[in-house]
Unconditional design. Structure first.
Lengths: 348, 297, 293
């Protein structure tokens, strides 16, 4: 078990491309941290630097109390689960799981016992003598987990481990991985581009964009108080509505509209206003006029896609609400309003 | 869907036409197969006749009585100019050349390809080009200077001189390089995290992973080595180093110089020279085809 | 290069060393030596050599015999390439089509690959035997007094036929695997769009096969130029005399039998240039092939 700390870590490739800007954060012992962001945001590079598969250009990386910048991946006491599992195709499940132990000079009897334990934990016992090609996607995923678990490392690293699974299996494995990590209490860093995975699994989420950290926080903080328009639009499905608005005298005026909303802050000028679709209420006496173009039926709720004064806008309503295509009126929950600087996108 | 609704009425109307077309296809294929099969088969049937018959009547369609006799003579009777070489010795030399060449090529080119693909090496690009330039000039083009080089090194009439210069091309290296590039990156990374060093990774993971590729390349290289003619002709003047393919012309010449040429024995020897490479290609057909089409020669 | 390469220095060097050494000794040294000696006139008794500049090259170009050999090489390569490609394509298309016996046909049509060229040449001698050869009799039916090793055209014909026969399997294998890699859905779409099987072949299948065909074209030219040495040597029964021969055979003849080192080296260099042109051509095609897929 260990805490991981990055102090001023930066990654620049020989061709001058800066994959990760100077970054500092600390992951607590036993914490499950998810790095999330669009592809190319530097999340995988960051993970691979922690793993030792990528050199660190600048800064210090500590696992526990040890600076590991120049330590070989094999000696960092980490285990990693890859997107394509990276199982050795010519080895049985038993050998796949035991390979790391064997290389560390563990006694054969001890390897056998540990592999059995790991297999039992992951319901793999009956597959131990099969080769990866004879397993289903979910089983292969478990073998990759087994390979990580069996060594009892200080740190788990996950690189989009669920992206190759179908939706149903992904939901199931999500819960299994989380439960396993809880039980073992091992610190974990998990990379994904899927915001649902990030929200459901993380103790804390780190949102990355273009090599820079946008926000670090618990899933609830990230969802309800996004630090920037990027975080607001990246996290949550459907994403947060972002519309242009004018501010003054403690009120927001939506462009081309009389509807005034009271807000606590004392800013003025043009802003970007954000509100989650579920924080909008259909209200015949509402101050804002909303044109519904498309109705999406999702069973438990419905999504109404349309526009406010020609700016795209989405509203989520419960299944009991009656909604029709055409003009309607809405009101916004004032305490759910988010305001962002119009140019920088930063939260005000 | 559309296809079946379209096709069904057509087929119902003229089932005969479809059949005729298939018969035509099979006829072409059978004729093609005969074209390929017939010459070696005739060689076999002819090899079962005695010298006089063959001399007088040429190729024979039926099996005669002398098959065993001719093979026996070809394999065990000392022949050649010096009367020191028999078929068994040449067969052994052919195996030494075929296997030695294939194994040497695979070992050397796998190592080189591994170094080029899996290491951060400052002069890797240079090494790559130095090696791959050799793809440009086949041995036949530089045959004379290569021979001179071997002579200066005193390697004529040695297995080393016979085998090693044939290995001096990048075909195998190119093939393994392409294969290694297609191995997922994560495999090497997982192995590194599992504590495998470069040598362990090579032996434990990469070599077992390449088994099919090695088999495919082995077949191609074995046949290539076995069938070498020009190089062995130049390098081996001592008959005890003759391979079957190299020796066949010599044997044919001495046999045919006689008043009644021993064509039966010569054919028997030719058949012995065909059997091992043909057998390996036929039995390991899938690997062979894979190796041939994926290595792009 | 892999993104996470190993960092050792001595291991990759040790791994590369055997290959580099073999190449240096048996490739770069001889190739450089050929280039050098093509500018020298070698004393036939081995008492040194004199620098003659480009004389060896100019005398090559003025040599009628060399021109004749070059001419034959061109005709020979074109005919061998054309016939072996055409026959192999026909067989591959049929083998791809039939359902029953497909595997057997494949085996029967490809196994000749494993036969050594001189052995094929030896079989040729028997088939084209002056008095008893079945092929000789076949040509005699058309009034051609076919004399292998005596008549230039007869010998040339025999060489081409044997060389074509020996090359059909390679072309067949490549064409068949090219055909089999055409996606099923594309064929099905073509079946819906075009009722005529011949039309489908020329409009859909053949264009998709074109990269394979281009690649094979180079392979076949290389084969005709270099790999048929054994066939030619066997069919002329060791007596070059008035017989047709290819450029490679002449390099061998002049260098090893005629002891004309300078001239032979100059011929080698000419061949090297030829191969270089072919290879550049091939690389450009391979590049294009990669864009295809």
């Amino acid at each position: 078990m260990a805490q991981v700390s990055l102090e001023g870590v930066r990654k620049v490739y020989p061709n001058g491309f800066q994959a990760v800007e100077t970054t500092s954060f600390t992951i607590q012992d036993g914490e499950f941290v998810v790095l999330v962001g669009p592809s190319g945001c530097g999340k995988s590079t960051l993970l691979r630097m922690i793993a030792g598969l990528e050199d660190i250009s600048e800064g210090t990386l500590k696992i526990g109390d040890r600076v590991v910048n120049d330590v070989d991946p094999a000696d960092r006491d980490i285990a990693m689960v890859f997107q394509n599992y990276a199982l050795y195709p010519h080895m049985t499940v038993r050998k796949n799981i035991g390979y790391g132990l064997k290389n560390r000079g563990t006694l054969a009897a001890e390897i056998a016992a540990k592999v059995e334990d790991a297999a039992k934990m992951l319901n793999l016992t009956e597959y131990l003598d099969r080769k990866p090609a004879q397993l289903s996607g979910g089983q292969r995923q478990r073998v990759a987990m087994g390979r990580a678990v069996v060594r009892d490392p200080a740190l788990f690293l996950f690189d989009e481990p669920l992206s190759n699974l179908d939706a149903k299996l992904r939901n199931q494995m999500r819960i299994e991985i989380k439960a396993l990590q809880r039980r073992l209490g091992t610190t974990a860093v998990y990379v994904t581009h899927d915001q649902v995975e990030a929200m459901t699994m993380a103790d804390r989420i780190i949102v990355l964009n273009a090599g820079k950290i946008e926000q670090i926080g618990t899933p609830s903080e990230i969802y309800h108080n996004p630090a920037s328009t990027f975080v607001a639009s990246f996290m949550g499905a459907p994403p947060m509505n972002l519309i242009e608005a004018e501010m003054g005298q403690g009120q927001v005026r939506v462009n081309g509209f009389e509807g005034l909303l009271p807000v606590p802050e004392a800013h003025s000028g043009s802003v970007t206003m954000g509100i989650r679709p579920e924080d909008v209420v259909l209200d015949a006496h509402g101050s804002i006029s909303f044109r519904v173009d498309i109705l999406e039926e999702l069973g438990a709720h419905r999504l109404l896609h349309g526009a406010i004064a020609d700016q795209p806008f989405t509203v989520m309503v419960g299944k009991d609400h009656v909604a029709n295509i055409g003009e309607t009126r809405i009101s916004l929950k004032p305490d759910a309003l988010q305001l962002f600087d119009k140019t920088s996108g930063q939260r005000l | 869907m559309a296809e079946t609704t379209l096709d069904t009425p057509i087929e119902a109307h003229r089932p005969r036409r479809i059949k005729w077309e298939a018969i035509g296809d099979h006829t072409v294929l059978i004729l093609g197969s005969l074209l390929m099969m017939l010459p070696p088969l005739l060689a076999l049937t002819t090899a079962s006749h005695d010298a006089v018959t063959i001399h007088r009547e040429g190729l024979q369609l039926t099996l005669g009585d002398d098959l065993g006799k001719n093979f026996n003579a070809a394999m065990f009777e000392k022949g050649g100019f010096t009367q020191t070489v028999d078929g068994t010795l040449m067969l052994m030399n052919s195996f030494i050349l075929g296997i030695g060449f294939a194994v040497g090529k695979i070992v050397i080119s796998m190592m080189a390809a591994y170094a080029i693909v899996y290491f951060r090496l400052r002069f890797a690009t240079l090494a790559f080009w130095v090696i791959f330039t050799t793809l440009l000039l086949p041995l036949e083009v530089r045959i004379l200077p290569s021979y001179e080089a071997i002579q200066k090194l005193g390697l004529t009439n040695t297995y080393t001189g016979l085998i090693v210069p044939l290995i001096a091309s990048a075909t195998g290296t190119f093939f393994f390089r392409q294969f290694f590039m297609s191995v997922p990156e994560e495999l090497a990374e997982a192995a590194r995290i599992d504590g495998a060093g470069p040598w362990k990774f090579f032996i434990d993971i990469l070599v077992p992973l390449s088994r099919t590729m090695i088999a495919a390349i082995f077949i191609i290289m074995f046949v290539f080595g076995w069938n070498q003619y020009l190089w062995p002709t130049l390098i081996t003047t001592d008959e005890s180093f003759f391979t079957l393919v190299r020796g066949i012309k010599q044997i044919v010449l001495t046999y045919t110089d006689a008043t009644i040429p021993e064509h039966g024995q010569a054919l028997a020897l030719a058949i012995v020279a065909m059997i091992p490479p043909v057998a390996i290609v036929v039995f390991f057909q899938n690997w062979f085809v894979k190796g041939l089409t994926e290595s792009d020669k | 290069m892999k993104r996470a390469g190993f960092d050792n220095t001595w291991l990759p060097v040790a791994l590369l060393l055997p290959q580099l050494m073999i190449i240096a000794i048996f490739f770069y040294w001889p190739a450089g030596w050929a280039l050098q000696s093509s500018f020298f006139l070698q004393d036939p008794f081995g008492f040194g050599s004199t620098f003659v500049g480009a004389d060896n090259y100019t005398s090559l170009l003025g040599n009628d015999q060399y021109k004749r050999v070059a001419g034959f090489t061109i005709i020979y390569s074109v005919l061998v390439t054309f016939f072996s490609l055409a026959i192999a394509l026909l067989l591959a298309v049929k083998a791809d089509k039939v359902i029953r016996g497909a595997k057997t046909y494949r085996t029967l049509l490809m196994w000749v690959y494993a036969i050594a060229p001189p052995v094929a040449g030896f079989l040729g001698i028997l088939f084209f035997d002056q008095s008893t050869g079945p092929m000789t009799k076949f040509f005699q039916m058309f009034g051609w007094d076919f004399k292998l090793g005596v008549d230039y055209n007869a010998t040339a014909t025999a060489m081409i036929i044997v060389a074509v026969w020996k090359q059909i399997p390679v072309n067949f294998i490549f064409f068949l695997s090219g055909l089999q890699s055409i996606p099923r859905s594309v064929r099905e779409a073509a079946m819906i769009d075009n009722r005529s099987a011949t039309g489908r072949f020329w409009q859909v299948t053949f264009p998709l096969l074109a990269p394979t065909a281009f690649f094979l074209l180079i392979i076949n030219i290389t084969y005709a130029l270099f790999d048929t040495f054994g066939i030619i040597d066997a069919l002329m029964k060791g007596e070059p005399g008035n017989n047709p021969m290819t450029l490679v055979y002449k390099v061998y003849l002049d260098g090893f039998r005629g002891n004309d080192l300078g001239g032979s080296s100059a011929q080698s260099v000419v061949l090297m240039v030829l191969v270089l042109i072919l290879t550049v051509f091939q690389f450009r095609l391979v590049e294009r092939r990669i864009h295809y897929t």
